[in-house]
Design a protein around this ligand. Structure first.
Ligand code: IPE
Ligand code: IPE
Ligand code: MG
Length: 243
């Protein structure tokens, strides 16, 4: 059957095979800001603030390590279920982050990308994001994909619908319609805070990704944790269904 063959050829092509091949694309579920704040007897928003500081350092490290792509889960399509005050705090931090870090992305060859539907955000945030995307679009260093109002099931449904409209619902056709279509295959998915679940993040893309669930709370995550995760990744033998 052609479907099966095409699929296995694609995977074989993508498979770096031997242990030691460096990760090209890492994704992180940045979880544990609330628990960090609680542990330090601080308001929840301070946990989110410290979380943004951790993001800044990790992006710098990813650039330094010449990672091709880093995808970070910043706001899920289910996070709208949180209290309005917390959502407002998160939106405020998003504004502040773009304002303070955009110049560094421009200067350091970081290409910004958004996955998810940010079209529902406040108009000023949409404008800031569009400006940031345009100003970093020619950068070729590290791609930083920020997942905003992102839900993987919705992304897959949208992609399948688009593929069907164009003719054939194949693995390749869906791949090509995902928000991550222009990114390297996902190699490594990290979740902090000890939770072992995907929470609607990159379900399709994680098909053959290595996964690491770390106990560290996101605000305490440092470039050393990323280095360690990548070193561990390099020891894994990825089989992609072969032997
Ligand atoms: C992750 O930290 C940040 C977002 C989801 C925006 P949490 O806010 O989920 O922190 P915990 O899981 O309650 O500790
Ligand atoms: C996942 O964390 C979303 C982000 C990190 C942005 P959550 O804290 O929202 O996930 P659940 O609710 O524990 O599954
Ligand atoms: Mg959480």
């Amino acid at each position: 059957m052609t479907f099966g063959r095409a699929r296995s050829e694609r995977k074989v092509q993508e498979a770096p095979g031997a242990p030691g091949a460096p990760a090209r694309h890492v994704a992180i579920i940045m979880d544990g800001n609330g628990r960090w704040a609680k542990k330090h007897h601080l308001p929840r928003v301070i946990g989110h603030k410290r979380g943004v500081e951790a993001v800044r350092e990790v992006v710098r490290a990813a650039r330094h390590m010449r990672l091709e792509a880093l995808t970070i889960y910043a706001f899920s399509s289910e996070n709208w279920r949180r209290p309005e005050d917390e959502i407002n705090d998160l939106m405020g931090l998003l504004r502040a982050f773009i304002r303070s870090d955009l110049e560094e992305f421009v200067a350091n060859d970081v290409r910004l990308k958004i996955i998810g539907d940010y079209g529902v955000f406040a108009p000023d945030i949409i404008t800031m994001i569009d400006d940031a995307l345009a100003r970093t679009s020619h950068n070729t260093g590290t791609t930083l994909a920020i997942a905003l109002n992102y839900g993987s099931q919705q992304e897959i449904a949208r992609a399948a619908e688009a593929a069907a409209r164009k003719g054939a619902v194949t693995v390749e056709a869906i791949d090509a319609e995902l928000d991550t279509a222009d990114m390297p295959p996902l190699d490594l998915l990290i979740r902090t805070s000890g939770e072992v679940r995907l929470s609607n993040f990159l379900l399709w893309q994680a098909a053959y990704a290595e996964m690491q669930f770390l106990e560290v709370l996101w605000p305490d995550f440092t470039p050393a944790h990323l280095r360690e995760a990548l070193d561990h990744f390099a020891t894994r033998e990825r089989r992609f269904g072969g032997r």
